[in-house]
Design a protein. Structure first.
Length: 175
């Protein structure tokens, strides 16, 4: 997560020994470690919908279970920062908030999350195009003008009329 980025952050004391926060793009989990723990002492494995984080020796589990949602396994990372392991889970679906990291753990009310401010330039091309279309349609409706779908129909009708000048379109109505 970038510095200054507004995120939701939650901590539980109900037997859950980690902090976590999220953006629409990722979930970051911070877990305290035993003193002197090094990266080679840990086993952290990511699956599409599962995670396992444990000590190699002794097998003490730090975090294990079915994730709240699917992740992009190849983009998930972890590193040790001081006496903590920081696990970054890249969300597969970047349009929804998670109510927990692992299913069965305490949940949060995602309706109370204040989303971070984002810029269209931060979105992938497909999402950006969809957001721009929605914004265009909203502006058009506010000005009582046709939205993108209606404009597309009008353009298709115009092209059809130009392709068939022999037909009478004086009574035609576009829905």
């Amino acid at each position: 997560m970038t510095k200054g980025q507004k995120v939701s952050e939650f901590q539980f004391n109900q037997g859950i020994n980690y902090k976590w926060r999220q953006t629409l793009r990722e979930v970051e989990v911070v877990i305290p470690l035993k003193a002197g723990t090094r990266a080679r002492d840990l086993l952290i494995v990511f699956y599409n919908k599962k995670i396992k984080a444990a000590y190699k020796l002794g097998g003490d589990v730090l975090l294990e279970g079915t994730l709240n949602n699917k992740v992009c396994v190849d983009d998930c990372t972890w590193n040790i920062e001081g006496s903590f392991v920081v696990i970054t889970l890249e969300k597969f679906s970047r349009i929804e908030w998670w109510d927990s990291v692992v299913k069965g753990h305490p949940t949060i009310d995602v309706t109370r999350i204040e989303p971070e401010n984002s810029s269209l330039k931060n979105l992938d091309n497909e999402t950006r195009a969809m957001v721009e279309k929605i914004m265009f349609d909203q502006r058009q409706r506010m000005m009582s003008l046709p939205d993108s779908e209606a404009l597309s129909k009008q353009e298709a009708f115009k092209n059809f009329k130009n392709s068939h000048p022999e037909m009478d379109f004086s009574q035609a109505k576009i829905a």
